[in-house]
Design a protein around this ligand. Sequence first.
Ligand SMILES: Nc1ncnc2c1ncn2[C@@H]1O[C@H](COP(=O)(O)OP(=O)(O)OP(=O)(O)O)[C@@H](O)[C@H]1O
Ligand SMILES: [Mg+2]
Length: 360
Amino acid sequence: MAESPLTAASVTAALQDFRDPETGLSVIQQDQVRDIRVEGNRIALTLALTTHSAPLWKETQQACAQLLQTRFPQAAAVDVQLAVHERPALAIGQIGLKAKSVIAVGSGKGGVGKSTVAASIALGLKRAGCRVGLMDADVYGPSIPQLIGVHQRAEADENKRIRPIDFEGMPVISMGFFVPPGEAVVWRGPMLHGAIMQFLRDTNWGELDYLIIDMPPGTGDIALTLSQLLPLTGAVIVCTPQDVALLDAVKAIAMFRKVNIPVLGMVENMSYFLCPDNGKRYDIFGHGGAKKRATELDVPFLGEVPIQMQIRINGDEGRLAGNFTDDQSAQFFEAICHRLIKNLSASVSEKPKLPSLTVL
Ligand SMILES: Nc1ncnc2c1ncn2[C@@H]1O[C@H](COP(=O)(O)OP(=O)(O)OP(=O)(O)O)[C@@H](O)[C@H]1O
Ligand SMILES: [Mg+2]
């Protein structure tokens, strides 16, 4: 094949099928490629991406440069700069929440690390550059305030809407911000529904790329409520490698599917223990069960997190964010965030779409 001539027009043509990771639509058609400059045999351009895709920015930038280098072998240099492309989050469902993706983190079993994983996914996406909110839907046993070490009271703003607690730039809401620690919440089902409604509809979340919801253990009550209130992007299932936990995870997957919440993937927590004394690895709850079960159930496997004393200590001491400053644990949570967003991006590239008003 003859070399394509190196002009701004041919660079535009070469990127015609290059997809935006958020929508799966052409970056050219969405006006996300700016300032194309061809100087001699050097190409320079600016690729504007949304904060929703922040975890994928680097690889998208590399893929764009790679494509141009392959298409124009005569180019001595390809310089792709990144910029932010503003694409507003529109209201989803009928409750007015402005979020592009709403992701529930759940499991069938208690104590497997849902809240740890949910808060870590929220923090990981936030650190990558996304606009993230974290909602603790465990109304009876809220643990997010403890994990992130925030014990403020949430209050209403001048418009009588709940003002979420700001945790390092991330809005967070939890029943723990309304009930004094140690006090029990004794409610009937309909009140539970009301609380979730208030957290979603009457809370001033601002505009979010992702709302991450920490689900309570057990029954499908909250999942059903959520599915009635807004179209969820999907659920992440957390489990440990034990057979009993896996069995519960299978039930949780069935439950989410029953209420039409797609399952985005499975995380195996407490996967193994690396002994700091002798470097030996112990598969305390067995290992690899979640990955195997995920394949059987046709659910993506998002990654594993080993048992680490520091993760437990960070949670107990309200320093969950420490999971990202410690190389030992950061890599696992970062990999899970990356795979989750990569999968979302792959699914839109199959069915490209602009965020739109969805009414249930
Ligand atoms: N990978 C890990 N290594 C060490 N400790 C962990 C790990 N994951 C979670 N933990 C600890 O296990 C305990 C339970 O975790 P967490 O509260 O996240 O579970 P959960 O599934 O949300 O529980 P519940 O069902 O009560 O909501 C916490 O003390 C937490 O710090
Ligand atoms: Mg929990």
